[in-house]
Structure formats: C-alpha cells, structure tokens
Design a protein around this ligand. Sequence first.
Ligand code: GDP
Ligand code: CA
Length: 335
Amino acid sequence: MSAPTPSPAGPRVVVPAGGIGGARFLRGLLAAAPGARVDVIGNTGDDITLFGLRVCPDLDTVMYTLGGGIHEEQGWGRADETFAVKEELAAYGVEPQWFGLGDRDIATHVVRTQMLGAGYPLSAVTQALCARWGLPALGVRLLPMTDDPVETHVVVEDDQGRRAVHFQEYWVRLRAAPPALSVVPVGADAARPGPGVLEAVADADVVLLPPSNPVVSIGTVLAVPGVADALRAAGAPVVGLSPVVGGAPVRGMADKVLAAIGVEPTAAAVAAHYGARGAGGLLDGWLVDERDADAVAEVEALGIRCRAVPLLMRDLEASAAMARAALDLAAEVRA
Ligand code: GDP
Ligand code: CA
C-alpha cells in the first residue's frame, strides 16, 4: 500500500485586519482559496476594559464572522443576542451605557478576562477562544498585532474643549461627529509584535490589505514597530483593496479619521498614503472599485499596479470575487 499523497499545501496568506471590512474580506478569501493558510494580524488598538471585562472588538468580529457566530446584518456582535446584563447594569446606573455588550458576547469577554488575569498573553487567549469557533480547521490563525497594551486615542475639539478620548468613545458614543484633530495609537511605540507576526510576514506567499480602515485598523497594526518594515522587506507581493468607493467609505465613518491624517477620501489618495513598495511604501498592487476606474492611471503613476473591479462585499460570492481579483493581481505582480 502506498503512502497517501500529501495534499499540496495552499498559499500562505497574511492579512492585517480590523473588524467588519477585514472579516468579510477574509470570509471571501477562504471561499476563493480553499486550502490557503491564512494568518490574520488583528488590530488591538480598539480594545477597551468595560465593567472589568477586557473587550477586543476587532479580534472578536473576525472570530465570530469566520466561526459563523456573527450578527450578519450588523456585521459585529453575536447572532441571536440578548441584552439582559446590559439592562441590569443600566438599572444600577453603572456607566458607560453607550457601549452595548450582549449576553452571549459577554461570555467571550469573561473567558478572556479570566485567562488574562491568570497570566496568559492575549495571543494565547485569542488562540483558545478561536479554537471554540473552529478557526484552526479553516486554516486560519488570528494573531493579535501585539500582546502589549496599545489604545487608539482620538484628539477631538468640541464645546467641551480639546481633549483625547478612547477610540471607542469617539466612534460609538460621539459617532465621529466632532472633528478628529489627530489619531494616536497610545503605547504603540513601545509595543512588540505579537508571537508569530513577523515570522508570518516573512514566510508569506502573498500579503493582502483588506478594505479595513487605513487609519484606525491597518494604520494601528502598522504602528507596531517592526511590522511595516517586515511588510516592506517581505518577499511576497503586497496587494490592497480600497475601503473607499466613489469618494466615501463603504460603511462607517473612515473619512473622519482619514481627514485627521490629511488623506482625501478617495481610492487613489488611500493608495498614495500606503505608498508604492518601489518608493519605500507598502503596495505592489491596489484594487479600486469599478466606479473609480479613472483612478487607475493615477495609482499606476505612483508605481502601484492597479485594477478596477467590483469592490462591494454584498454577499459571500462578491467577497470571494474580490479576494480572487486580489490574488490574481498578486500573481501578476510576482510574475
Ligand atoms: P471595523 O474595525 O469594524 O471598523 O472594520 P474594518 O476597519 O476592518 O473595516 C472598516 C472599513 O471597511 C470601512 O472603512 C469601510 O469603508 C470598509 N468596508 C466595509 N464594507 C466594505 C465593502 O463592501 N467594500 C469595500 N471596498 N470596503 C468596505
Ligand atoms: Ca475596529
């Protein structure tokens, strides 16, 4: 009897990711490239401690989306969620009341907080949580960008004056209404890349920047010393997808934080912000939406290979087509 032929290992894909935009793209990637080994570098700058519980919104959005537990329409939080604990906390008058933690979701934060309290680093805790959701069987590792504390703060100015608030307060409570003067990933300068992060980038066959927020999701991951350098030095092609379509973010308020770093909300401006690898930046390739086809020449003039394809993740099929287009562009760049 001959030994079973080992199935050819799929490509190793590295994806730095935030929440919804990252997670939906990753689901498409898994459909487009069955057998791929996907290392997600998750943003932890949005993390916050609420009611004594450690909450990691972006890691959880990726975990729930890939694991089948996400609230589909909302794009974050658990499906079939209830809010009894939130109501009870409100009845006690406990603050903050602007951040809605659902009952099912709270279980995740309880487990995480317990494990962190027992001394496990966030990377190990995340691995344990992801095991329940079946991510290893999908070929996915969710690697927090760092095990060290990083908190994104936004400097705003409104009738209460100029002050820095936690990103979640800016995004959820203030709904990004006051102009953001600057965005600061507090602690990032002293943070070390999480276990496996730099190795994953070095070993990657392809790096894809999903249409996550370029400032507070991907920008925060890149702010961890060593990560951007590793991407620039990677042997793998780096291809990104625009989160901006037709002059506005597809959902959410990314234009507000783009303004804070002086980047216009256009597909070409975001590409220019990441920069061409040939010119010390990050990108070999960039996908813009069909309706931004006139940006292609502008992006190519920067030294970034660019294509216009549909970039709306309406459903799994559309997300998979985007992932396929990104992998095709990466192959083209490599050749
Ligand atoms: P968050 O952490 O939950 O805010 O999620 P991400 O940072 O991963 O993704 C947010 C970004 O995804 C927003 O800036 C949106 O513009 C972008 N986005 C969401 N849905 C789509 C889509 O269908 N197509 C594209 N191109 N971008 C999208
Ligand atoms: Ca986020």
